[in-house]
Design a protein around this ligand. Structure first.
Ligand SMILES: *Cc1c(COP(=O)(O)O)cnc(C)c1O
Length: 360
């Protein structure tokens, strides 16, 4: 058993079972005599790892057969550009919902490739809520509708899937990937970096409906064309083999946990434990509208910011790491992704109570 709980927002904690399995297979994967890191990406062994990872992801999420699964690089940040490049399809405007720091970055990048209509923004209340869809002002002929399903920094999560009608719905699920079931058929494209909830940094997963492929304009760099990547089964160049392997082990771990519905139930329980405690005290505060609170990233402030350092020091002494909030928000942030056991949340709440009693 490891002796620490890592509350980092990403790269984040991985399941101990997965790390132990990777360690056991490190020098000799399944009798091949090689580490996965040393394998040819076109060899039989690695191909089987890659294909199994895709199969397991498809099974976990129930991905319909008319969707491609791409294992790419460049992080979610490169997707901020690849999405408008591939999905504008000659149209004049794309709709974006602005709910915080990550939406903002996606919007900024999209503006390099076309016009952006901000269908809704939560800026009026400092990005502490999800604007209800009834008030969104969408364009008449948008190429797609983009939203960030979970704002990792602000701790704001969509509890619903927006209704986009016939317009392709695009979601950044970097920090909520596989934390709850998602009906893939409602989306044109879903994307997320692996390092928050799935595996090591270096891998971004894109799930895209087939009819949206093949529309990149002339002059698009080959690597940035979804169609080319899909036709090459994400092997246009050397894929991030190690990251795909670990992600595959995580998919198998999630299946052993009982699949996404079971994982969601545990995530609800973990988040409730922490939010219930926050709501019962004046010493700590979470600024987010209750219905829109993230199950994955829980930002909170102490009543007196002068105590922040002492709080972090005491947490570290008790084996609770990376609780410092994002520099743009301050205070604390506890990221409690799939791999965070409930005992980690219990330990955090216990420490928060103890700290409050000592300093309140
Ligand atoms: C971390 C994060 C990103 C950026 O991911 P990179 O892999 O660093 O490019 C984008 N969107 C969300 C919601 C994130 O949490």
């Amino acid at each position: 058993m490891r002796k620490v709980f890592n509350f980092s927002a990403g790269p984040a904690m991985l399941p101990e079972e997965v790390l132990a399995q990777a360690a056991a297979e490190m020098l000799d994967w399944h009798g091949s005599g090689q580490s996965v890191m040393e394998m040819s990406h076109r060899g039989r062994e690695y191909m089987s790892i890659h294909e199994q990872a895709e199969r397991d992801l498809r099974e976990l999420m129930g991905i319909p057969s008319n969707y491609k699964v791409l294992f790419l690089q460049g992080g979610a940040t490169l997707q901020f550009a690849m999405i408008p490049i591939n999905l504008m399809r000659g149209k004049a405007v794309a709709d974006y919902v602005h709910t915080g720091e990550w939406s903002k970055k996606a919007i900024k990048e999209a503006k390099l490739f076309g016009s952006v209509n901000i269908a809704a923004s939560a800026e009026d209340r400092n990005f502490t809520y999800v604007p209800p869809q009834s008030g969104w002002k969408r364009s008449a002929d948008a190429a797609y509708l983009h939203y960030c399903a979970n704002e990792t920094i602000g701790g704001v999560e969509f509890g619903f899937v927006p209704d986009a009608g016939d317009v392709p719905l695009v979601a950044d699920v970097s920090s909520t990937f596989l934390s709850r079931p998602l009906e893939v058929s409602k989306f044109g494209l879903i994307y997320g970096g692996a390092q928050k909830n799935i595996g090591p940094a270096g891998l971004v997963i894109v799930i895209v409906r087939e009819d949206l492929l093949g529309h990149a304009p002339k002059g698009t760099p080959t690597m940035l064309d979804y169609k080319v990547q899909a036709d090459a089964d994400s092997m246009l160049n050397t894929p991030p083999t190690w990251a795909v392997y670990i992600a595959g082990l995580v998919f198998q771990w999630l299946k052993r946990q009982g699949g996404l519905a079971a994982v969601e139930a545990r995530n609800i329980e973990k988040a409730k434990l922490l939010y219930d405690y926050l709501d019962g005290t004046q010493f700590y505060r979470n600024p987010v509208e209750r219905a829109d609170r993230s199950r994955m990233n829980v930002p909170f402030t102490l009543r007196d910011a002068a105590l922040d350092e002492a709080f972090l020091k005491g947490a570290k002494e008790r084996g609770m790491l990376q609780l410092k909030g994002h520099r743009s928000v301050g205070g604390m942030r506890a990221s409690i992704y799939n791999a965070m056991p409930i005992d980690g949340v219990r330990a955090l709440v216990g420490y928060m109570r103890e700290f409050e009693q000592r300093n309140g």
